[in-house]
Design a binder for this molecule. Sequence first.
Ligand code: HEC
Ligand code: HEC
Length: 417
Amino acid sequence: MVRKPLMAFMVLAIGTNFAISADQASIPGNYQVQIPDSSKIHDQPIEVQVPKGLPMLTPNAVVPASNPLTAGKIELGKQLYFDPRVSSNGTVSCATCHNPEKGWADAQKLTIGIGGAVNGRNSPTVLNTVYSKNLFWDGRAPSLEAQSQGPPQAATEMGKQTHEQIIERLAAIPGYQIQFSKVFGTGVTLDGFAKAIASFERTALSGNSAYDRYSTGEFKALSESAKRGMILYGLRLDQEDEYQPENVTLKKANCTSCHLGTNFSDDQFHNLGVGADKDGKLADLGRWVAEAVGSKNTASIGAFKTPTVRDVTRTAPYMHDGSEATLESVIEYYNKGGNPNPYLSKDMKPLKLTDQEKKDLVNFLKSLDGEVVPVALPKLPAGPDGLSPDPRAALAVPTATKAAALKLNVHSTIQGD
Ligand code: HEC
Ligand code: HEC
């Protein structure tokens, strides 16, 4: 009995020793990680001011201890985010699909990547992802750092290429070499690439909406219709507010079962039946595919992450498959209780909303639009050819050519197809 914890301790001790004594040369693919040497870093920690209504970006909590926010890192990340040279043919940047001018999404039903390849899912906003514990509709990435390494390698997003190829291409750009050296004290690495982009994304915040101003006592910030919508949604009006409508049932629309908290998301996965056909067959199994074999749960079949509804008017069309074009149609979808299927969430039931109640809900959702913070496009460092690409060119969504096969699909064993 006594030996067990002792052994665990020894394993831990060996692990620690190894980490301390490891030099860069002993780590496989050593240019993919950066081992910071603080004496070589010339960068300033920075405190990002959050807009009204959002929690602070607390270091070591909201922002991971391994990647503190610094001024140089955010600037470097911004350049990488807008740089089409991350893609294999220099045409697509992260901003192609997550364009700050389009609510940090792309206004497409299904996202369109390199060469016009149509992907299987809708592009989610990057806004407020700093507060998300799981990234992607199915939550398969545990951090923004992990997430950012996926798209550059995805054949239908930024092209079929290896991380080594991307890092080699970026390392040939002198301006990136200089910045990586300043910010991380290393050359260009995949780890640094991920950390810089994640840092920039953590500054993409949506707050100070009419709802946030209402919540801090500015009662006129919301119309009476939005206030009724707020009650139906599941939130109480301020007791000090003179407007206290009768005959409006708190939580009649049941939205706060899932879209709650400062970022209006429980960070959980739910099956709303989106994408189910008339026989209840699901087109995309969602979370279930992302779960490790051995810990799969039938509640995850066809379940997707609850997205934030902040800034929601700017990110149409909606749902993981872009199947709902407008907020009005989203409300209709909830009102009918979603599409029946064997795994439908218990929280999806017909709501019996009146036409006025539907309007009130939409008006409440509109009150969650944040203050628009224009993002000035960065000047990109010149490449070995002496040219710096214009980041604006990559903001144009490619013309769709072919529908790519759903990568995370779908008609796998569970549906017996
Ligand atoms: C071709 C379009 C496209 C490109 C290019 C692209 N993305 Fe995405 N992004 C998507 C789609 C689609 C999803 C959702 C995919 C899924 O859930 O399976 C997504 C998901 C995300 C998410 C998760 C958001 C959330 O709420 O879970 C983040 C963050 C993100 N992308 C950032 C980036 C970054 C950083 C880059 C550049 C390195 C990038 N994306 C490049 C289309 C794109
Ligand atoms: C059972 C949990 C749950 C409930 C209840 C719920 N939602 Fe959702 N909501 C989600 C999930 C999960 C998604 C994504 C579903 C998908 O794409 O398959 C979503 C998507 C949305 C979207 C689309 C956002 C986008 O960026 O695509 C809007 C808008 C929305 N919900 C508003 C509401 C409103 C308004 C209510 C109340 C009438 C509500 N939701 C009730 C979980 C829920």
